[in-house]
Write a protein that binds this ligand. Structure first.
Ligand code: SF4
Length: 539
């Protein structure tokens, strides 16, 4: 048992649903109790799809448990096939159905369904989560549909450079984009355009928008691009092993990564080195070099999300925007190793956790000036009074925008720049508030471009400690309760000097000074102690 309030990922059958709903001509029969249809709303409300996801639930109830639930499964499968006539049928079960062990996949295999391919899914709901479920479903579906095309063992792999001999442009598949992934729709649009300009065609995009017949065309491409390793990692590795298709694994989020991605692609496809596509197609390099961005240098940023987006964000933040990454983590346990490696490069230890309270504690501890995270971190950052931008699923409806808003490629870099800088106080305002502290309107922490009131001073203690103790998440001011009786206290001169420190770093200075005072055995912190601490930490 684990006490859980919020989860970063749903159960694995939601991952299966994501694959079915992303595709055309695929139907999922899910053995699940009445009520599990809640998952429909993820697609009709958050993704704002105009039709129900292609899923038939068996929706068994308590009274069905005394009867033949296996019969109910068979009836649901038959009805789904008769009504929807899918080109491929997925059969799986949700958490509760897993306990009653009806084996819906085997039941479907024993039925005469008129020849539609049937893929039975094993989704261990008590040990795996949504992304794993999506990856497994995608892998099983591709494997099933490509069974007949599998080359005999020992067949030499096709050359990824055969396009030249065949007198055509090189062709790659984009694998991994799906509904409920972060900005997948626009990433695909952006990359298709970008690759087209490089002279590279896009073969199959899957699962998003693909039909089963499209999956059968995957081997016809010269290489696979693994856009979202959480969803397409296992299928890409399998295609590489079985069909000899090379995989491009650099995820093109940010200017540097997009350049590396194109470099890797050209190398795999044996294309000539070309002068790099002009950076001018993205504003990020110039915007981040322009003088207005000087105040961004060294801003402390805490990053958390799925592995793909967290790793990419860390690179953009540290190398392209001049931020200092003070925390990096992910809830994607399957890709923890990659996140750890990225964190090590930044001199950090990665936080791998799916407990949002632990993430919130680490966030409070790191005292960032900006948080890049998921929908959950948005809530935590709000409680702590820290600006935040969302970079990864889980997402809410505002992160499925009507406008074109990719994360990948040149245009994606523009979007990153705007959306990450937007929550920060603007340079002039930051400067003026630092100089004139007694304005009745532009008070400390005020960010007038956001049109709201000033947030509370960033908390110095993890909100969760207080939230748990009091039974509810209290306002930030409650969260600054001193931690213990032996803690040093502040005298008025110390408080006055502390008030001169700019709002967004004050929490960190407060904490450092208190640590210094404890180290020095000071019971009272005055102005002098504050400056002694400052000298001590900058020495
Ligand atoms: S079967 Fe799983 S997803 Fe459905 S209500 Fe129960 S725990 Fe939730």
């Amino acid at each position: 048992m684990e006490l859980t309030l919020w989860t970063y990922e749903g159960p694995p059958h939601v991952g299966a649903l994501r694959i079915a709903a992303s595709m055309e001509g695929v139907h999922l029969v899910l053995h699940a109790p009445q009520g599990d249809t809640y998952a429909d709303l993820l697609f009709t409300m958050i993704e704002r799809r105009q039709r129900r996801p292609p899923v038939t639930y068996t929706t068994f109830q308590a009274r069905d448990l005394g009867g033949d639930t296996a019969e109910l499964v068979k009836r649901s499968i038959q009805e789904a096939v008769d009504r929807f006539q899918p080109e491929a049928l997925l059969v799986g079960e949700s958490c509760t159905a897993e306990l009653i062990q009806d084996q819906p996949g085997s039941l479907a295999a024993g039925m005469d369904l008129g020849g539609a391919p049937v893929v039975s899914l094993e989704l261990p709901a008590y040990s795996k989560k949504e992304n794993w479920g999506a990856a497994e479903t995608f892998y099983q579906l591709v494997r099933h549909l490509l069974k007949a095309q599998m080359p005999a063992p020992g067949t030499p792999p096709p050359s990824p450079q055969r396009w030249r001999a065949e007198g055509r442009r090189p062709r790659v598949n984009l694998l991994g984009p799906s509904l409920l992934g972060f900005r997948c729709r626009d990433d695909v649009r952006e990359l298709t355009r970008l690759l087209g300009a490089e002279g590279i065609d896009v073969g199959v995009v899957a699962p998003l928008g693909a039909r089963p017949a499209d999956l059968a065309r995957i081997p016809a491409a010269d290489a696979n691009v693994c856009l979202y390793p959480e969803v397409a990692g296992s299928v890409c590795s399998w295609l590489e092993r079985r069909f000899g298709q090379p995989v491009v694994r650099t995820v093109p989020i940010g200017i540097g990564a997009t350049r590396d991605f194109l470099g890797e692609l050209r190398q795999v496809l044996g294309m000539e080195e070309q002068p790099m596509a002009p950076e001018s197609s993205s504003q990020l390099p110039w915007y981040s070099r322009s003088v207005d961005s000087t105040y961004l240098t060294g801003k402390r940023v805490f990053i958390f999300g799925d592995a793909t987006h967290a790793i990419a964000a860390a690179r953009v933040a540290s190398r392209e925007l001049g931020f200092e990454v003070v925390g990096l983590g992910s809830y994607s346990r399957e890709l923890a190793r990659d996140v750890r490696a990225a964190a090590r490069e930044l001199g950090l230890e990665a936080l791998i956790s799916d407990d949002y309270l632990e993430v919130e504690r680490a966030m409070a501890e790191a005292m960032p000036e900006l948080v890049l995270g998921t929908q959950m971190e948005r809530h935590s950052a709000k409680r702590l009074g820290i600006p935040c931008a969302v970079i990864s699923s889980p997402l809410h409806v505002q992160d499925v925008p009507a406008r074109h808003a990719p994360q990948m490629g040149w245009e994606g870099a523009n979007e990153l720049f705007d959306s990450w800088v937007h929550p920060l106080m603007m340079g002039l305002e930051e400067h003026l508030i630092g100089m004139f502290r007694h304005d009745f309107e532009f008070v400390e922490g005020h960010r007038s471009h956001l049109g709201g009131q000033a947030p509370a001073e960033p908390a110095t203690a993890p909100a969760s400690t207080v939230a748990l103790a009091s039974g509810s998440p209290g306002p930030a001011s409650e969260e600054r309760t001193p931690v213990g009786t032996s803690d040093p206290s502040w005298d008025p001169t110390g408080e006055a000097e502390l008030a001169k420190i700019p709002f967004f770093v004050r929490g960190k200075v407060r904490r450092n000074t208190e640590a210094y005072a404890r180290e020095q055995g000071l019971a009272l912190i005055d102005g002098e102690a504050l400056y002694a601490a400052k000298a001590h930490f900058s020495a």
